[in-house]
Design a binder for this molecule. Structure first.
Ligand SMILES: *Cc1c(COP(=O)(O)O)cnc(C)c1O
Length: 352
């Protein structure tokens, strides 16, 4: 008998998340995972590594709470934003009974985490304006515990409209939690929905250090919610989720100097994104440049597959979204350095 047959049926059937690392590729310019192009420098004190770390390192909790404008009781530090997503599903969804709602095309981990935990997935695709279809979601609230919205949405870049969100929050009161994934919110901080946390205990916000803070390799994220929700998640989170070196580096990323570095990086990326967007819009083979609210641009080319292959041949690895519903010929380009953006434009010019 094969050991594979011993695994849970769900796991046997599962197609794992196609992360940029898993897909891989051969290249020297990596613009496929929305990572920052460069890394900051950090100091490590290794004198306490013999001891278990705090479950919720206070220096990180306090620094991020101050940065996000919430109280420490409204905050959970997790192993990346992905662990926050997984914990919400494991805490609120009864396997084989409850559902989550997702609005495709969107970030893949909501569905993967639901699937591995035996939780149903109801897809209510974004409407023609690429906004969540609030009325259709409200129709699906029976047996739904979590509604995942992503703002800016990965990969389309669109923001959730505040009045739509409030309408959904009102309908979901005492029935479901509305999770707004703000992994990219530092690139457009004025659109954060965090101020709504004070009025809506059914609102949860996901954040991360992986994107604007340039620390994808650190694996550190945050869940913002009412203290009642945070208390429930704390019952489910493992006892030592945040390794001591991670806590030390996260605290440095969130001190005054770290925040200043992040703001400088965001300003540079937004400028490069703006310039790239203008070049792309002027290019005859570009049909559409999607909303520019994150550190990436989703672009529809007249011949996406050919363009993707040419880029790969030039050593530039992008992310192909062509096989997602509604995203034929669409490629996502992470905003890297000036040199990397020049390399992208050079390949594009050869296309003309
Ligand atoms: C990158 C990302 C995350 C979380 O990433 P972590 O590295 O696990 O913090 C969450 N949501 C979206 C939409 C993302 O793009």
């Amino acid at each position: 008998m094969s050991i594979t047959l011993l695994a849970r049926k769900q796991v046997q059937a599962l197609t794992p998340y196609q992360s940029a690392r898993r897909i891989g590729g051969q290249g020297h310019i990596w613009l496929n995972a929305n990572e920052a192009a460069e890394c900051g420098t950090y100091e490590l004190d290794c004198t306490r590594l013999n001891r278990y770390p705090e479950c919720q390192p206070p220096q990180v909790v306090n620094a991020y709470a101050a940065y996000a404008g919430v109280s420490p009781e409204q905050l959970l530090v997790t192993r990346g934003g992905d662990e926050g997503i997984e914990l919400l599903i494991r805490t609120f969804c009864e396997p084989g009974q409850d559902n989550i709602v997702i609005c495709s095309p969107t970030y893949g981990m909501y569905a993967i985490s639901a699937e591995t935990n035996g939780v149903g997935i109801i897809d209510v695709p974004l409407n023609a304006k690429r906004q969540p279809d609030v009325d259709a979601i409200i129709d699906k609230l029976d047996n739904t515990k979590l509604i995942f919205l992503c703002s800016p949405n990965n990969p389309t870049g669109d923001l959730v409209d505040s009045s739509d969100l409030c309408r959904l929050l009102d309908a979901a009161r005492d029935r479901a939690l509305v999770v707004v994934d703000e992994a990219y919110i530092e690139f457009c901080p004025e659109f954060s929905q965090a101020r709504l946390l004070a009025d809506y205990p059914q609102l949860v916000i996901i954040r991360t250090l992986s994107k604007a803070f340039g620390l994808a390799g650190l694996r550190c994220g945050f869940t913002l919610a009412t203290p009642e929700v945070i208390g429930l998640l704390l019952k489910v989170i493992p006892p030592y989720p945040i390794p001591e070196p991670v806590a030390q580096i996260a605290a440095q990323a969130l001190n005054e100097q770290g925040l200043a570095l992040m703001h400088t990086r965001v300003a540079e990326i937004n400028q490069l994104k703006h310039t790239l967007g203008e070049h792309l819009r002027a290019h005859p083979q570009v049909q559409d440049v999607f909303a520019a609210n994150g550190n990436y641009l989703l672009v529809r080319f007249s011949q996406g597959a050919a363009l993707f292959a040419r880029m790969a041949k030039a050593g530039i690895i992008l992310r192909d979204f062509a096989n997602r519903p509604g995203l034929a010929d669409c490629i996502r380009i992470t905003i890297g350095t000036q040199t990397e953006m020049d390399a992208v434009l050079e390949v594009l010019q050869q296309e003309q």
